[in-house]
Every structure is written in structure tokens, then in C-alpha cells.
Design a binder for this molecule. Structure first.
Ligand SMILES: *Cc1c(COP(=O)(O)O)cnc(C)c1O
Length: 377
């Protein structure tokens, strides 16, 4: 059994994808060709943003967003403690100060209460100026934007939505990557919408930010490529990846998102009485980048993972180390233990199960029966 069966997806989409790749190869425009422009328009329309700027990967999408908002030295950027390292890494890379915010026990997403606490502490401390909030739509579920937007507004700081795992998620019909001042996503193969290499995108309604992001992704270009007006990156989306993404976006819109939600429903039905299953607030929709359960203790989690492994079922711990405990960030904080107790506890108790749109009811039955057997024992 595969954790995320990309080969199965390819076997279903093979004809269309092979044709799209062959067309890209014979076009001769291997970087930023016509399929890139077309894809950007399709993505902007789907997400509900005025502008989409594709780029090399989801990490660069965040870096470009920070540069676009002018965030660097002396600035504090607030982000969830429970996320993939890239969310925090980009902040430090730009010379800004990451402030780790605890997460909500039920949704795994940034806690609005702790966010406001950390903003107040940072202001009182006076060392760094609050400059942005990076929210993460962890495991496919949008963060609590109604509450976060209120705080962002109160303190007049922009939101960057890290939608690397969130593409396809919704709150009351408004789609992921359209929240915040700037939204980003990743097309890493295992993400909800993935290509066959690296890729990413930036979304915004703001004309000026779109213009800046477009410049930063191509060496800070000005009126043309060899007129360079700022220090930027080389972060473009390959034509081949854009051609593949056009086919995959169609499948995503037409049936994959629905299929993966059906799989989540099967899991919920079978598991909700024996383990803590994912919580989706009313009006929210997840794109299920992961299906993550919670066990009572670390040893319960580790025992279950061993049992699954011995039954041939892959599972993953996302994430075993919260940001404030990463050695790359040692020295940033004084009271190591207490800054994010929920994230710390989750890192010890979560387990992500195989999840993708091509899973069958039988797959879910088998996994659930192994979990049931193990826990009932
Ligand atoms: C995957 C991921 C990224 C980085 O995306 P890449 O395309 O791998 O650079 C950033 N943030 C989160 C939350 C992610 O899951």
C-alpha cells in the first residue's frame, strides 16, 4: 500500500499527461512558455484571486511574498509552531525574526488567542516590529481566517497564507490561497495539487504586489529581463510542469477533491469511535493533504505506528518536532518548554494515515480494521 499513490493517479491520467508533455517538448519554450500563462489564469480563476504568479516551489513562493511586503531585519513574523520547517525558515532567511505561535488542539491551525498574546508581547518587548502573520492551512484545512483577519486588522499587519497544503480547501465557499494579503501554494508532487517536480504559486488581489512578485521571481527584473531594479531570485515554473498541472487541475476540479473527501468520510465512519479523528469546523472544507488522527499518548502513537508497519500500512508523523524545538532555531527563545504546549503535545500524539483520491473503500476498511484490532486488544 502507498501512503499517497501518485503512480495510480498517473496511470489514470497517463494519456492526457503524456500528450501535454510531448506538446511542451516540441514547443521549444521550456521555461515560462504558453502553458505557464494559461495555468496562471486557470489557477487565479479557481482560487478566486485577481493575480496568480507561478514560481519554482512553495518555499520560494513564501520568500517572494516576504520580499514583496518588504519584510527583513528588525521585523517580527508570527507563524504556527506546528508546521513544515519552510514556513519558519523563509522568515529567518530574510533576516526577520520568527515568532512561534501555539496552535488549536482541534484544528492543528494557528491559535487566534495565542497569536494576539504573542503580538502584544512582541510590541511590549519593543525589539522587533510586528510585520506579518503567516498562517498555514495545515493538512488541507483553512486556518481560522475570520478570527485571524480581525487581529491582523486591529494591529495593521498583513497576512501571508501558506496554502502549500491547503489548495482546494474552503470557508463558506471562499477558497484557500485567496485569504490574506498574499496567498501561496506548492505543487510538490505529494501536495493536494502536485506536479512531477517542484513548482509553486503566489496569489493576490493587489496589483502592485503582483507586479513586485513577478519581478522578484525573475532576478528583480524591471521593464525587461536585462533591466534589473531589485535583488531577486531565479524562481520560474517549467513549461512541462505547467502542462502537467493543467491536466491535474482538471482532474482535481472534476473528481479528485470530491473523491478525497469521500475517503475522509469512510475513515471518519470507521474510526471516530476508537480514536480522535480530524475536526472540520462548520462551513469549512478540507482538501485532505493529510488524514491525521490523535492518540492519547506518545507510546500509544508509536505502538500503533509499529502495528501498522507490521501490517504493511505506511503512516507518517507530521510533525515530530515543533518549530520552537528545532535546533536551527535554538537560541531564539528563553523558556523552551512553555512557549507552545499544544504544538508540543500534538507532535507526540499525531499520526497521518494513507490518504489520496484513489483510495478504495477496501483500503480504508483494511487500515481501520488493523487500528480497531490493535486498540481493542
Ligand atoms: C510543502 C510545504 C512548503 C514548501 O513547499 P515546497 O514546494 O516543498 O518548497 C511550505 N509550507 C508548508 C506548510 C508545506 O507543507
Amino acid at each position: 500500500m502507498e501512503f499517497r499513490d501518485l503512480k495510480r493517479q498517473y496511470s489514470v491520467l497517463k494519456q492526457e499527461i503524456d500528450k501535454a508533455v510531448a506538446n511542451a517538448l516540441s514547443s521549444g519554450a521550456y521555461i515560462m512558455g504558453q502553458p505557464v500563462k494559461e495555468l496562471e489564469a486557470l489557477l487565479a480563476e479557481y482560487v478566486g484571486s485577481k493575480h496568480c504568479i507561478s514560481c519554482g516551489n512553495g518555499t520560494d513562493a513564501l520568500t517572494i511574498s516576504l520580499k514583496t511586503l518588504g519584510i527583513g531585519e528588525g521585523k517580527a513574523v508570527f507563524l504556527p509552531d506546528f508546521t513544515f520547517f519552510a514556513t519558519a525558515e523563509v522568515v529567518a532567511m530574510e533576516g526577520a525574526h520568527p515568532v512561534f505561535v501555539d496552535v488549536d488542539e482541534k484544528t492543528f491551525n494557528i491559535s487566534p488567542q495565542d497569536l494576539e498574546t504573542k503580538i502584544k508581547e512582541t510590541i511590549a518587548d519593543g525589539k522587533y516590529t510586528p510585520a506579518a502573520i503567516i498562517t498555514v492551512d495545515l493538512f488541507g484545512l483553512p486556518a481560522d481566517y475570520p478570527a485571524i483577519e480581525e487581529i491582523a486588522c486591529k494591529y495593521a499587519i498583513p497576512i501571508i497564507e501558506d496554502g502549500a497544503q491547503g489548495f482546494g480547501g474552503e470557508i463558506e465557499g471562499k477558497r484557500s490561497c485567496s485569504f490574506g494579503t498574499i496567498g501561496t501554494t506548492s505543487f510538490f508532487p505529494a501536495k493536494p495539487l502536485g506536479c512531477y517536480g517542484d513548482g509553486g504559486a503566489i496569489f493576490t488581489d493587489n496589483e502592485e504586489f503582483a507586479h513586485l512578485a513577478d519581478s522578484y521571481r525573475v532576478h528583480g527584473k524591471g521593464s525587461y529581463k536585462y533591466d534589473n531594479v531589485r535583488i531577486g531570485l531565479n524562481s520560474r515554473l517549467d513549461t512541462i510542469q505547467a502542462a502537467i498541472l493543467q491536466v491535474k487541475l482538471n482532474a482535481f476540479k472534476e473528481y479528485e477533491l470530491e473523491a478525497v473527501n469521500k475517503v475522509a468520510g469512510w475513515y471518519n465512519d470507521r474510526l471516530c469511535k476508537i480514536v480522535e479523528t480530524p475536526f472540520i469546523p462548520d462551513g469549512y472544507k478540507s482538501s485532505w493533504a493529510q488524514y491525521t488522527i490523535k492518540l492519547p499518548t506518545q507510546s500509544d502513537r508509536d505502538d500503533l505506528q509499529a502495528k501498522l508497519r507490521s501490517s504493511g500500512i505506511p503512516s507518517m508523523v507530521y510533525y515530530p518536532i515543533p518549530m520552537h524545538k528545532q535546533s536551527a532555531f535554538s537560541g531564539l527563545h528563553t523558556s523552551e518548554e512553555e512557549i507552545c504546549p499544544v504544538a508540543t503535545s500534538l507532535s507526540q500524539r499525531v499520526l497521518s494515515l494513507p490518504m489520496h483520491p484513489y483510495m478504495t473503500k477496501e483500503d480504508v476498511d483494511f487500515i481501520s480494521s488493523v487500528i480497531y484490532g490493535h486498540i481493542a486488544d
